[in-house]
Design a protein around this ligand. Sequence first.
Ligand SMILES: Nc1ncnc2c1ncn2[C@@H]1O[C@H](COP(=O)(O)OP(=O)(O)OP(=O)(O)O)[C@@H](O)[C@H]1O
Ligand SMILES: [Mg+2]
Length: 368
Amino acid sequence: MASLTIRNLQKRYEEVEVMRDINLDIADGEFVVFVGPSGCGKSTLLRMIAGLEDISAGELRIGDQRMNEVPASKRGIAMVFQSYALYPHMTLYDNMAFGLKLAGKSKAEIDAAVMRAAKILHIDHLLDRKPKQLSGGQRQRVAIGRAITREPHVFLFDEPLSNLDAALRVKMRLEFAKLHDDLKTTMIYVTHDQVEAMTLADKIVVLSAGRIEQVGSPHTLYHHPANRFVAGFIGSPKMNFLAGTVQGFDGDFVQVQLDNGGIQSVAVERGALKAGERVTLGIRPEHLHVVHGSQIIPATVTAQESLGDHAYVYADCPAAPDGLILRVPEEEQYRPGTALQLGADPQRCHLFDASGQALARVKVLQAA
Ligand SMILES: Nc1ncnc2c1ncn2[C@@H]1O[C@H](COP(=O)(O)OP(=O)(O)OP(=O)(O)O)[C@@H](O)[C@H]1O
Ligand SMILES: [Mg+2]
């Protein structure tokens, strides 16, 4: 059993509170990804799970055993760091065998474990080499191989691919997915990379300033972010935010009057929302379109960036202090200074109340 239960976990360095009241359940075999801005506590939480940092308050359980007082070496956890942390003077074989030798395993056991890991990671032909004779991707594989040989109940990965170039990252990302499929071990993975988070995770944990903002599947976080922070953090380029006021209600729709012009309809549950209340409208770049009509968002093009098969148009808009980004087909060209009328499908829009909490989105049945 390698489920994890985290209850009211806190971390303080003297008077600085770094983790506040973390509650999280991770199922056996789950692939969980931690994301959040730099300094939000991702590595600290991982290190607390590993036993490399003390727990200031709260409880960590692995399976049904309390781990707070259990030393790192007895937790059944293997951690892989961004820096690989290989021993430069040892061959790959010895790097991978090191922990097992310390644990007093027999030569035959060590041999079997190292060969199994090396085969999984396609480095079995490199075992006599030293780390400096390897590429970055191969070194990272050795670091992962060393973790596999320990047959941990839980793997922890702290930004394992961030030192690799883009092409190698894609390749290794697929290998992580395969590794998890093969081993079916619980994995917790920290990354700054949106694509890694979206593609690898069964469950993403979004952290901010030592707190959990939301836990959910990639689909849930993308389509139903719980608040403005998560909405702005998940998705690249990020969601557009426009300030406005609730003008009124029309069946399943809330009409939002945007500051300095424009009206957008949003399909969300009304809840306690009242006319006149301040709200923030959220529209992803891929859902914002050039439209024609009277109830639309006025904007002025500032730049266009082409990415081959599509382009991003940047625009100023009085209601959006950070400006707007919309995704358009490559063949559409907009010059700086062009006035645009923008709008979005009401069912693609998000709405946040004055405190930043999202209103639940509703599916509207199409009229026949
Ligand atoms: N030993 C320490 N003493 C005091 N504060 C610390 C210590 N270690 C970390 N912190 C603080 O704890 C917070 C969380 O740090 P942590 O390394 O967990 O962030 P992170 O989310 O992993 O960031 P990054 O994405 O940059 O790796 C930071 O504000 C950091 O300054
Ligand atoms: Mg970190």
